[in-house]
Ligand binder design. Structure first.
Ligand SMILES: *Cc1c(COP(=O)(O)O)cnc(C)c1O
Length: 381
């Protein structure tokens, strides 16, 4: 059996006609930069997320840069975020010469631990960037409340969670600003790089629109220092097709996750309040399953479990043709690029221990029962 991790090929084959037509349309018009598909997509993203303004851009990384530029982040400003995320979240803070200030994560959701944020706030703190990791939104009510108390801006890094829900509200409509990514392997991916910034604030929206076009107010009149950060018309056209069946794909991803959970839970020998399965064949070594809060709907950007002997499991899966990935092996405070921040091992024990145990199994809307069974058997044996 050959199992595909994200199965982008199948997704394209299933919607080939519509996608090919959308691309051909752009070619026929040759409106490659800021064509009408870009503004139409932005309207559709606004409708989908509920956020008043969606501004597309060149990537999830540039979306973070644009969001921070729009609130005038300055050298020396401090921005609170999580050490358990993709590098871009904190890299963009440092890129703007601001300082990432890390806060450890929650043991169950792997998102920033909102209870530990307040103690890290100083007079230099300007913003909080929670990441909605693996498709589950961080605890935004608690985070927004802290931000209000200290007059801080909240930017949701929703690169993995576009389409997710928190207490009935959609990701990207839960904070002052939000950013997402349309990198091909994200739940809503295009065929290259792409991203978007979301806000309900008209002034910020206008500024972001200008910043992504070299800070121009009109052609060749530049009000701000900006960037070349547009989304290609071809990518916008592709995303408009994919947005039509995106809800269905989220549903299918959730069904796959449910099937994984059932299979693993079926072999529980030591049930516990936390969701975890202990396969008898592996003695008492638990497999910790993804935990999604009752008030959350995850997009399952990843289906990630925790095991003690990860290296062994990786080898076994590979031998059996099952792809896996580690998101993420080194928490950001221990990355060489952040040496200057002078963090050390032991500073964020939860993030560190989860980094050692986490492993992502294949996750896409098209995994069938046989494949899921095969993967679970191999994890359990
Ligand atoms: C993917 C990702 C990004 C960056 O998005 P790109 O489109 O690849 O630039 C930022 N933050 C998180 C959490 C991500 O997963």
């Amino acid at each position: 059996m050959k199992i595909d991790f994200a199965n982008l090929q199948k997704d394209y084959q299933l919607h080939k006609n519509d996608i090919d037509n959308a691309i051909q349309n752009v070619l026929n018009k040759s409106n490659y930069i800021m064509g009408d598909d870009v503004s139409l997509l932005e309207k559709e993203l606004e409708e989908f997320s509920g956020a008043k303004y969606a501004i597309t851009c060149s990537s999830g990384t540039d979306a973070l840069i644009l969001a921070m530029m729009s609130i005038d982040i300055q050298p020396g400003d401090e921005i609170i975020t999580t050490p358990f995320t993709f590098i871009a979240t904190a890299e963009t803070i440092a890129f703007l010469k601001a300082k990432p200030v890390f806060v450890d994560i929650d043991e169950k959701t792997y998102n920033i631990d909102a209870n530990k944020i307040e103690e890290k706030i100083t007079s230099k703190t300007k913003a909080i960037i929670p990441v909605s990791l693996f498709g589950q939104i961080a605890d935004m009510d608690k985070i927004n409340k802290i931000a209000q108390k200290y007059n801080l801006i909240v930017i949701e890094d929703a690169a993995q969670s576009f389409g997710a829900e928190y207490k009935g509200k959609k990701s990207c409509n839960l904070s002052n600003l939000a950013t997402t990514s349309f990198f091909p392997a994200k739940p809503l991916g295009c065929f290259g790089d792409g991203g978007a910034v979301f806000t309900n604030d008209e002034v910020l929206a206008q500024k972001i629109r200008s910043l992504r076009l070299h800070g121009q107010s009109k052609r060749y009149y530049h009000k701000f220092i900006g960037i070349g950060g547009r989304l290609d018309t071809i990518q916008a056209a592709i995303l408009r097709v994919k947005l039509r069946y995106f809800d269905e794909n989220i549903k299918l991803r959730n069904q796959v996750a449910e099937k994984y959970n059932k299979k693993f839970e079926g072999s529980i020998t030591h049930p516990s309040k936390h969701k975890f399965a202990t396969p008898p064949e592996r003695g008492l070594e638990p497999i910790i399953l993804p935990f999604v809060e009752e008030f959350n709907v995850s997009t399952y950007a990843q289906y990630s479990i925790r095991v003690k002997n990860r290296a062994g499991l990786q080898v076994k899966l590979k031998e059996n043709g099952i792809p896996s990935a580690v998101h993420y092996p080194i928490p950001l405070h221990l990355q060489e690029a952040f040496e200057h921040l002078e963090y050390k091992k032991g500073d964020f024990p939860v993030a560190e221990s989860i980094s050692n145990e986490i492993i992502s199994l294949p996750m896409n809307p098209y995994l069938n029962d046989k494949e899921i069974e095969f993967i679970c058997e191999n994890v359990l044996k």
